[in-house]
Design a protein around this ligand. Structure first.
Ligand SMILES: [Zn+2]
Ligand SMILES: [Zn+2]
Length: 911
């Protein structure tokens, strides 16, 4: 091995140089022509907000760990990166920054502004991802707003339309009055809040008594189309089929019955409005009731609301309640909790409007989606239940049309003469039907068309990612489909996961992926969701600047899929310290490895020689290393990243750095280049190299840097500097091109494990002893005898004799069975002047002189036997003195005892 100047301190700023080097080496480029087994990651395409947050750090770390680990295991890994561009937040941002409303400029112009902003945002996020050391193949980047991607989204639309799985219909839809668009059920979020339940009198049209109903939505009174009661409710049976007046509005509605009414709620009678909620929709369909459209797209009251027309929903509610009260219709108000559906993007309460919209026929495919989900491997398993709960409750189809601009256009025209729907052919795609006309006339002969101005839900773009990364629709896509793994957050199971499975089944007949890894969320240090208002947001770049990407990665790796994780500075700092500890250990080992010839260990005969020369602690650390390899590999297979990381860290930090290196130093600092030193060097070299490989997916930069020096790339004669790169690439083989270690079964050794742990325990006891006496660790000890009460431990200790002796610098070490023969003697007698002075007055000096000049042990013996001591007539007892005692061994020398009860050992030391 060549001499290399290794920097004293590890500098995490070098991470950037390694990132540039890897890019230059095209290390992560996927090659579809390779024969190796494939591992394909269906990466989430984030929304380009402009910066990644700490949740992304966690999410992408899992993918990067898997990608790096699989590459080392010999897989050809496809780790692409996409961007899910379309959607409202960008439109709003553009409106804000340009000071316009979307309809102030032509649609094309508005789109151009959105594209420009999105492009900048992607660039920023890409740089941040690269700074984290994530190993995506950037040649495989996809961007949903490009013509190439839109072509695929539109093609998938055409295919499903032709297969009868997409249709256009008038149907109640969830509507966000803030975003002014229809949204899918999956995009409705429920929020608990408090509201008033209003008790209203509906007077009878004749002279009979009316009916009292309870409602939380009096503002929809204008859209009341019936009153409904439970058929078995005795209070109302006589009213069934009768009519009542809608208060404030000069209209009559019928009283009908239905099993779904809860007689316990309110008065047991409720009004049906079009539409207060989903139940209203069901009743309207079931009883074929009229539909009264009371609100428009912005949530403003319509003309049918009479004097309330033009008010917002909230204003209308206030005014109606006031009028109801004034007119005597409102009898009571009571506070109740309610679950309000709101828009997941802007948190505005959603309304249900009746609109002509495009739908995906979810109900047709639901059973297949459930079956597919059952056959996938969900990590953690219980996330599957979330999807199945969602599919189990599905009673509306997926509304896919949106009344927005920045999105993939719906590729459809309508004939202005006969109303026929026309679609382009596949080779005309992508199209914007508002910009181009059909290539042929309508079958009625007309050439007068209106292009669809609605656009597609952005989930229509992102739900084909596994197809897009595989190269669909080119027939070869089958080679890279389905993906090996889908990684995503649990907040988008009923959207992204559900839609992708559904669309993949619809388009290909197959499942899109085999494994679904669901990551948790990251909370602030205070345990709350990170938010600007709480001031607990941690920006990844802030952490990276101070501690480096690897330390942040070590924090993120201390978690498992599915669990929410709090951010913790102290964990990042712990990771930072661990890397410095490893660096220092490496520098020390590297200094000694300069004289080590690894090549000789490669040839079989020499390897056998070295293995037979291994000492018990070598066997112990190597056995531990191979157990580590097995455990880490298994943890990775189980996606238990935290366990893998923690095991590596504990082994390297404690077993290797604290115990093993300390215990072999005496073998390295010797002139003798014999077997013992070679065995130690072989062991050190093996442990460092294997640990680096295990750690490489977790801390790619740090391990690369050590690997670089360890393999001699930093030496003078191997100067690879190239252009502006700090680290050369020519002839350089990265640690990320190495093979994942395998368990060397012949080195797993339970006997060595036991002996080693005894040795490590004895040595650390002796170290603690020295430390407690403030003795430097290299202080020689004159002699030590270790007494063992167990013959088995005695035998094991004998094999460790040299290591204990050498490590603790004991001049004479004996190991023996039995118990030490020690006794306590008094070595000093100190007169207590506070007692002797007052009691003996003039005699005191004589007494003190006697006590100080006599043998302390003899004084102690006399006192013990006689109970007193006579000094020239004065009677001295043990009350007049204090004594200092010491232990002495068989030879009479002063000794110290260290007890190790668990192992049944007593060590007798002569310092
Ligand atoms: Zn909204
Ligand atoms: Zn026509």
């Amino acid at each position: 091995m060549k001499e290399v100047e290794v920097p004293k301190d590890y500098n995490h700023e070098n991470e950037i140089d390694w990132q540039a080097t890897w890019q230059r080496m095209k290390l992560y480029q996927f090659n579809p022509d390779e024969e190796r087994p494939r591992y394909i990651i269906d990466t989430p395409p984030p929304y380009p907000t402009g910066s990644i947050h700490i949740g992304h750090v966690l999410n992408w770390l899992y993918m990067d760990l898997l990608a790096r680990w699989k590459r080392m295991q010999g897989y050809s890994v496809l780790f692409p990166q996409g961007w899910d561009c379309h959607g409202l937040p960008t439109e709003v941002k553009v409106e804000e920054t340009q000071g316009i409303k979307k309809n102030d400029v032509p649609r094309e112009e508005f789109r151009r502004m959105c594209i420009e902003l999105t492009g900048e945002n992607i660039q920023g996020m890409k740089t941040q991802m690269q700074r984290m050391g994530y190993s995506q193949d950037w040649n495989r980047e996809y961007v949903t707003m490009t013509p190439e991607y839109k072509e695929k989204t539109q093609r998938s639309f055409l295919q499903m339309y032709h297969d009868g799985l997409i249709y256009r219909a008038v149907h109640p839809v969830n509507w966000c009055p803030r975003c002014e668009t229809a949204i899918a059920f999956a995009e409705v979020e429920y929020q608990e809040n408090e509201t008033f339940l209003n008790y209203l009198e509906f007077p009878s049209s004749t002279n009979e008594p009316g009916v009292a109903i309870a409602t939380t939505r009096p503002e929809l009174l204008a859209a009341c189309v019936a009153v409904v009661v439970h058929p078995d409710d005795e209070r109302y049976q006589h009213l069934t089929g009768k009519k009542v007046q809608v208060p404030l509005f000069d209209r009559e509605v019928e009283i009908i019955t239905d099993q779904e009414v809860d007689p316990e709620f309110g008065t047991g009678a409720v009004m049906i409005c079009t539409f207060g909620d989903k139940t209203d929709v069901m009743w309207v369909n079931r009883y074929n009731l009229d539909i009264i459209e009371a609100i428009d797209e912005q949530g403003t009251m319509q003309d049918v609301c009479g004097k309330y027309a033009g008010l917002t929903l909230a204003e209308c509610k206030e005014a109606i309640v006031e009028d109801l009260d004034k007119e005597g219709f409102l009898t009571r108000k009571e506070k109740v909790d309610q679950n309000v559906g709101q828009c997941w993007r802007c948190k505005t309460p959603i309304e249900i409007l009746v609109k002509k919209q495009w739908f995906v026929a979810v109900k047709e495919l639901n059973a297949q989606v459930e079956e597919a989900a059952e056959n996938m491997n969900w990590i953690p398993e219980h996330m599957k239940t979330r999807l199945l709960n969602w599919t189990g409750n599905m009673d509306w189809d997926w509304c896919i049309s949106r009344q927005r601009i920045f999105a993939t256009p719906i590729p459809v025209w309508y004939c202005n003469s006969c109303g026929e729907v026309l679609l382009p052919s596949e080779d005309e795609l992508p199209i914007d039907p508002t910009q181009t006309q059909p290539s042929q006339p309508c079958k009625c002969g007309s050439t007068d068309f209106a292009g669809e101005i609605d656009v597609l839900d952005t989930w229509m773009d992102s739900s084909i990612t596994p197809l897009v990364i595989a190269g669909w629709p080119s027939p070869e896509y089958r080679d890279l489909f389905p993906s090996s793994i889908r990684q995503q957050g649990h907040d988008i199971i009923r959207t992204w996961a559900f839609y992708t499975i559904l669309r993949s089944l619809a388009i290909t007949g197959d499942v899109p992926f085999k494994n679904v890894v669901v990551n948790g969320m990251v909370f602030g240090e205070d345990g709350h969701k990170m938010s600007k208002s709480r001031g607990n947001v941690i920006a990844p770049e802030e952490v990276v600047a101070e501690y480096g990407a690897d330390a942040l990665r070590l924090w993120a790796a201390n978690s498992v899929p599915g669990s929410d994780v709090p951010f913790a500075w102290k964990d990042v700092q712990h990771g930072y310290k661990f890397l410095r500890k490893f660096w220092n250990a490496f520098r020390f080992v590297n200094m000694h490895l300069a004289g080590y010839h690894e090549e000789s260990a490669d040839d079989e005969k020499s390897a056998d020689n070295i293995k037979s020369a291994l000492k018990p602690l070598d066997q112990w650390i190597l056995s531990g290393l191979n157990q580590l390899v097995g455990e880490v590999t298994q943890a990775m297979e189980e996606y238990n990243f935290a366990h893998a990381r923690n095991r590596i860290q504990a082994y390297v930090w404690h077993d290797f750095c604290d115990d093993y290196i300390e215990a072999v130093k005496y073998r390295l600092y010797t002139e003798d280049e014999g077997e013992s030193k070679q065995a130690a060097l072989y062991t050190l070299n093996t442990v460092i190299k294997t640990s680096l490989k295990l750690l490489a997916p977790f801390t790619p930069h740090f391990t690369e840097e050590i690997h670089y020096y360890l393999e001699g790339y930093g030496s003078e004669e191997n100067d690879l500097e190239e252009n502006d790169l700090k680290y050369g690439t020519q002839g350089f083989r990265s640690i990320h091109q190495e093979t994942w270690p395998e368990v060397a079964e012949d080195l797993l050794d339970p006997v060595a494990d036991e002996i080693g742990s005894i040795g490590v325990e004895v040595i650390s006891q002796l170290r603690r002893f020295k430390a407690s006496r403030k003795m430097p660790l290299n202080t020689p000890l004159k002699a030590a005898t270790i007494y063992s009460s167990s013959p088995e431990v005695y035998n094991q200790l004998v094999t460790l004799q040299e290591d204990i002796k050498g490590t603790m610098r004991i001049e004479k070490l004996m190991i023996t069975e039995g118990k030490p023969d020690v006794r306590e003697i008094v070595v000093e007698v100190t007169p207590r002047m506070d007692k002797i002075g007052p009691e003996f007055k003039g005699q005191a000096p004589v007494i003190v002189k006697y006590l100080q000049s006599s043998d302390p042990q003899e004084i102690a013996s006399t006192l013990e036997e006689e109970g007193y001591l006579d000094i020239e007539g004065s009677r001295i007892t043990s009350d007049h003195i204090t004594t200092t005692k010491e232990l002495v061994g068989r030879t009479g020398e002063k000794v110290e005892l260290i007890l190790m009860e668990e192992l049944g050992l007593v060590t007798e030391l002569v310092i």
